[in-house]
Design a binder for this molecule. Structure first.
Ligand code: SF4
Ligand code: SF4
Length: 239
């Protein structure tokens, strides 16, 4: 016990102060590409058509970027940025939750068919380095206590009904955040006999978090945006 106290005091506080201060710790994601100067050949390098030629260079549709990093290296490499303010609001997204939720929200996570990557990042927001409780975010085991439904993965056939039931069980006002490109539009899984594609095919979606998977700070950004404590960013960026 005494050793743990000494160890903790000697290490000091290691929890990130983001978004109050920039995140500078090594080992986090390299970020995501930014629109910039580039040719049609650069856009053609993207396997998911997230890059598109534009009059002034190459634009990025973050809703399709799977962070393969093909545009990060080689000729005409795009600049990457590590700002983590990735959350975007789709056209049909509702307004942020009322101000009384701004200091405390309860979140229910649903894996609607994710590959495991998104689930791994969700677990991390509760780790000491990110510590979601410092910004008033709490996980709840039941949708009946949830203010926000955070959904990862394409909606598989087996999860269509449970997802809809979970949404209906939530008290009003409620909001839905779709996490990762699979939850936005089906991602690499697309739509098929086994997959409905994105979450919006089944229930209303208020915010989306691009990324594959979105890193912990991007998830926290979304959960702050759902209460109006931070602003969503654009999903498509032109150069
Ligand atoms: S990192 Fe994203 S935008 Fe760049 S090539 Fe890969 S999928 Fe396309
Ligand atoms: S967005 Fe990426 S990490 Fe998340 S479920 Fe889809 S493939 Fe997996």
């Amino acid at each position: 016990m005494a050793n743990w106290v000494f160890h903790s005091l000697s290490r000091g506080i290691r929890t990130t102060r983001w978004p109050t201060d920039p995140e500078t710790a090594a080992g986090v994601t390299p970020g995501r590409p930014r629109a910039g100067v580039g040719s049609a050949e650069l856009a053609a390098r993207c396997p998911t058509e997230a890059l598109f030629p534009h009059d002034n260079g190459v634009g990025v549709d973050f809703g399709h970027c799977v962070h393969c990093q093909r545009c990060r290296h080689g000729d005409e490499a795009l600049a990457w940025e590590q700002d983590f303010t990735w959350t975007s609001k789709p056209e049909q997204g509702r307004e942020a939750l009322p101000a009384r939720f701004s200091r405390s929200i309860h979140v229910r996570y649903i894996d609607a068919g994710a590959c495991g990557g998104c689930m791994g990042e969700i677990r991390l927001i509760d780790a000491p380095a990110y510590n979601m409780h410092r910004v008033g975010i709490f996980i709840t085991a039941t949708p009946r206590d949830a203010d926000v439904l955070l959904v990862g993965g394409p909606v598989t056939e087996a999860m269509r009904e449970p997802l809809r039931k979970a949404y209906e069980a939530m008290p009003e006002p409620k909001r839905v955040v779709a996490m990762g490109v699979c939850a936005i539009n089906g991602g690499v899984f697309g739509t098929s006999f086994a997959s409905a594609g994105g979450v919006a095919a089944e229930i209303p979606v208020d915010l989306v978090i691009p990324g594959c998977p979105p890193p912990p700070l991007a998830i926290i950004h979304a959960l702050l945006a759902v209460t109006g404590r931070t602003e969503p960013a654009e999903l498509v960026e032109n150069p």
